[in-house]
Design a protein around this ligand. Sequence first.
Ligand SMILES: Cc1cc2nc3c(=O)[nH]c(=O)nc-3n(C[C@H](O)[C@H](O)[C@H](O)COP(=O)(O)OP(=O)(O)OC[C@H]3O[C@@H](n4cnc5c(N)ncnc54)[C@H](O)[C@@H]3O)c2cc1C
Length: 377
Amino acid sequence: MMAESFDIDCVVIGAGVVGLACARALARAGRETVLVESENAFGTQTSSRNSEVIHAGLYYAEGSLKARFCVAGRRALYDYLAARGIAHRPCGKLVVATSGAEAAQLAGLKARAERNGVEGLELMDGDEARAMEPALSPSVEAALHSLVSGIFDSHGYMLALLGDFEAAGGRLALGAPVLSGQAEGGRIGLHTGGAMPAMLRARTVINCAGHHGVDVAGRIEGPHRAGLPVMRFVKGSYFSVSGRAPFSRLIYPMPGPASLGLHLTVDLSGRGRLGPDAEWLPDTEGPPFDYRVDPVRASVFLEAARQYWPDLRADRLSPDYAGVRPKLVGPGEPSGDFRIEGPGEHGTPGLVNLFGIESPGLTSSLAIAGHVAEIAP
Ligand SMILES: Cc1cc2nc3c(=O)[nH]c(=O)nc-3n(C[C@H](O)[C@H](O)[C@H](O)COP(=O)(O)OP(=O)(O)OC[C@H]3O[C@@H](n4cnc5c(N)ncnc54)[C@H](O)[C@@H]3O)c2cc1C
């Protein structure tokens, strides 16, 4: 079939939450924008396989993009959810320490978060934490209470972003995978496949392809290909908890190097969920991923959760869903940052690449989009 050719101002690749937010920002800035998505629906990948937590911004290195975009994105997200009537609850969260060594780290966590601009933090001892959440273990020695952490309906959020994008004249093309691209005459030509193959000639291309981000960037000819990172994948599985969870706040252990620890979230309907854990996938494994949750992992979840919830019974856990983090670092390395690069960094006119948009990408999405719209050539 002969591919039809279109001249467009901007193409955004990938309709996850980040691509939707970027496309919305560009369209609202008056730019003609097409959002292309390989799947037949938006938001089916990492954007619907996460904890749906609105992060305060506790964990990130000072001066990092994660720290900056999480705080700004969180404030913008709460405003947006309230303005659009999207379900959310600023339920708060407790990071709990179950040893003296962990308790000593909480003050450092709070101080760094405050230097990053995070508000609403208070340190408390174990008794104060149990007064708020009586089901917490007697072994909890101290806690950091974050008042501005919350949960929300991420699908409703993505639907609202799409609505804004389309109302501003943007168009979403589903079932349209970007296969390759090359620069030609001040534009980037993108070949898309699927049922209606097309050639999109865009002045600006924003690559928000998530797990496929580095692969997609590698398929577009240009100087940026010389500096592409290696992407690694860390699977995070969840177990659901039957019955009512006896907590009203999110309960987090101390964070680990690849994850925030096996936490307990309570969703908007009051259902408890444990996870995600962190399982580095072999370098030979890439998308599409096997998202099944191995029931054998239940014992590890139970042991980790009992550190702070001693009364949890094994028969309440059932395998739930899984997501996969797109990482730019390897096992044992310090947690990496988001990587967002325009022509000034990589040398290919018209192209912006977003790599390693793991947690807190959902919380950060509006701030990331604002930044991308600013640097978009
Ligand atoms: C286990 C887990 C828990 C998390 N929990 C939280 C949390 O509680 N709070 C928080 O703030 N963040 C959380 N995150 C992070 C958050 O979910 C992600 O940062 C965010 O969803 C990333 O969105 P995205 O649009 O970049 O990627 P995706 O949602 O993966 O979207 C990328 C899109 O690109 C499309 N695509 C790929 N290749 C092509 C191609 N060639 N052509 C066209 N389209 C293509 C894909 O189909 C996909 O739809 C979590 C992440 C994980 C893995």
